[in-house]
Design a protein around this ligand. Structure first.
Ligand SMILES: [Zn+2]
Length: 306
């Protein structure tokens, strides 16, 4: 469909349609279920060459559910086993994501860690998946995990990524999992960006609903980037998706130009949104050819090192 080299910088994949639908929890405006077997043909039809799997495990939600299930007097003694169990789930999910990237040449693997694992376990996981299983970067979700991006336990993680020249993508802005925006609003990333000037940090969703703050962050920090997922969703024929579009087409163009064309990557958050529909809408935006080329794929190649 597109005459551009298109990369979707933000998707999620799931092992089965059932697991995918469970993760969507009723959010079915795109009618997708999230399996690679569904995604890859959609990408082929849309002309999307690569998609970055930003998979994660809802560690904090699982942790709290686990604690709620044990008697109050067993909460303290049960904690290590629970952390171990959740770390196992995180690792298995990362392993599966890497395996999908090996199986499908269109899929790229980012791994995910959570401070709940502890500093050493996070580093171990990072080294294993990056050095041995082909992961190309890290995804974090401070909203779900209820940690601040500059959580001390993440310091060695950022140091490692900075040294290796690998990117970190974080959920950014408004969050349906955790309505407290303090963990993920764009300004929450200031200290990380200051402390690690060589780290490539991507704030997802254009910092949804904190768009002016995203502009300010881009002005202030040379190492911050953004993806458009969930901020500019399209419907079947490329119109703004009804009830889900925080930005009109004109506002989207204006915002991306204010942030800087070279800082922004096309992304969809599949299966929450539909890559073919989102791409149709994106192609309608009033950018010149060179801008579309950069936004749709050129920037992702450079920023994420793809
Ligand atoms: Zn996402």
């Amino acid at each position: 469909m597109a005459k551009y080299d298109v990369i979707d910088a933000h998707v999620h994949t799931y092992k089965t349609p059932e697991i995918g639908r469970q993760a969507l929890s009723g959010f079915e405006s795109a009618g997708c279920c999230g399996t690679p077997d569904e995604l890859v043909p959609i990408m082929e039809e849309a002309g999307i060459r690569l998609a970055v799997q930003c998979n994660m495990t809802p560690a904090r939600t699982m942790f709290e559910a686990g604690l709620a299930a044990v008697a109050p007097e067993q909460v303290e003694s049960g904690r290590p086993a629970l952390v171990e169990k959740i770390s196992g789930r995180i690792k298995r999910r990362n392993e599966w994501t890497c395996r999908m990237a090996q199986r499908h040449e269109k899929l790229i693997a980012f791994l995910s860690v959570d401070p709940i694992m502890g500093r050493d376990a996070m580093m171990e996981e990072l080294l294993d998946k990056i050095n041995h299983q082909g992961a190309r970067g890290l995804k974090i979700h401070p909203g779900e995990g209820r940690f601040f991006p500059d959580d001390p336990s993440l310091q060695p993680v950022y140091e490692f990524l900075e040294k290796r020249g690998l990117p970190v993508i974080s959920h950014g802005g408004l969050d349906i999992v955790n309505p407290d925006p303090d963990y993920t609003r764009p300004s929450a990333f200031s200290r990380v960006l200051e402390r690690y000037p060589g780290l490539t940090l991507v704030i997802a969703h254009l910092g949804k609903n904190f768009f002016d703050e995203s502009v300010k962050m881009a002005e202030k920090y040379a190492n911050v980037f953004f993806d458009t997922s969930t901020a500019i969703p399209g419907d079947k024929i490329g119109r703004p998706l009804d009830g889900h579009s925080p930005l009109s087409n004109e506002e989207a163009v204006d915002l991306i130009r204010r942030i800087g064309i070279e800082r922004v990557m096309f992304g969809t958050d599949y299966p929450w949104y539909h890559p073919l529909w989102d791409l149709k809408r994106f192609l309608e935006l009033d950018f010149i050819d060179a801008e579309k080329e950069a936004l749709l794929g050129g920037n992702a190649k450079r920023i994420l090192g793809l």
